[in-house]
Write a protein that binds this ligand. Structure first.
Ligand SMILES: [Zn+2]
Length: 302
């Protein structure tokens, strides 16, 4: 299986969820082994930020990446999930603000744009990360683990809310045959009672019913209600998929989480990657390298 990039550049625009300003986004093709990188076009220097889990800094309410020069980009997770699901390995994402536009709060616009231009295979093989050993992280009632799984990714997510409408819901999503479109289509959500506190931190200035589901006790404040019964848990799976893309490679593994989120996923990835006994690459290239170490068979006539 080869690495893939976009066939052409794609321009999108929208509002930044946290700063409330208009943002221009351009997704560009990139060469093999480039990975996903962000470029802040509103800055002239030190403006490249690698989409890597090591660059995640204070992921409050969204995933935020920061480079060594403290240049950052926020709210990358829904776009990263689109790259994961649509099989894009390499892209240069130009953005003229410190955050990716929130669009409608889901990954739908990104996915539609990617599908419209299409993707193409590149010369280098894709590398997969294979989980060798179960790793887990606990933080009070929050839990996340990753364990070995053959040639697939499962995200088993449980949400637990005291809110009577969201409540407890669990879903197991398997990448190879799960309904990816319902994951893409799910919007970010918040509780009405938390809005004042979120805004007092200077966040969510661009937040509205156009880009988030707002739940007030037993009621959904958005006119059209939910897009699906599972929209809340689907969105948490979308966030998790986007955060996993920060490994730089797709992963064969089984994630189980209760009340997971950006911070917990990042803690897991750091712990997982720290020790080479936890993982290995599973790629054709690697197999060929291993095979070439074996002595060649001696010719019968020699
Ligand atoms: Zn999200």
């Amino acid at each position: 299986m080869k690495q893939r990039t976009l066939k052409d550049s794609i321009k999108l625009e929208g509002v930044g969820l946290h700063n409330g300003k208009n943002v221009n986004l351009c997704l560009n093709p990139a060469e093999s082994n480039h990975g996903i990188k962000f470029k802040r076009t509103d800055l002239d220097v030190n403006n490249i930020i690698d989409a890597n889990y090591k660059n995640v800094k204070s992921p409050i309410l969204c995933t935020r990446l920061e480079n060594l020069n403290t240049v950052s980009v926020s709210t990358i997770e829904h776009l990263m999930a689109s790259f994961y699901g649509e099989g894009i390995d390499n892209a240069l994402v130009e953005v003229d603000a410190p955050e990716v536009p929130i669009m409608d709060g889901s990954a739908l616009d990104f996915v539609e744009a990617i599908r419209q231009v299409g993707a193409e295979n590149q010369s280098s093989p894709r590398k997969f990360i294979k989980v060798k050993e179960k790793i887990e992280v606990k933080n009070e009632s929050k839990y996340i683990s990753i364990e070995p799984l053959e040639k697939d990714l499962i995200i088993d997510f449980e949400i637990v809310y005291s809110n009577p409408l969201i409540r407890t819901r669990r879903k197991e999503f398997r990448l190879s045959n799960g309904d990816l479109n319902s994951i893409y289509n799910s919007r970010t959500f918040c509780l009405y009672k938390d809005i004042d506190q979120i805004k007092s931190q200077g966040l969510a200035k661009g937040g509205s019913l156009e880009n988030a589901i707002v739940v007030k006790e037993n009621e959904i404040l958005n006119d059209d209600g939910l897009r699906s019964r599972d929209e809340f848990v689907d969105h948490k799976i979308l966030d998790c998929l986007g955060d996993l893309m920060l490994l730089g490679h797709r992963v064969f593994g089984h994630i189980k989480t209760s009340q997971g989120g950006h911070q917990l996923t990042n803690t897991l990835l750091r712990k997982f990657f720290l020790d080479k006994s936890h993982w290995e690459f599973d790629s054709q290239e690697e197999k060929n390298q291993k095979d070439s170490k074996y002595p060649r068979p001696i010719a019968v006539n020699a």
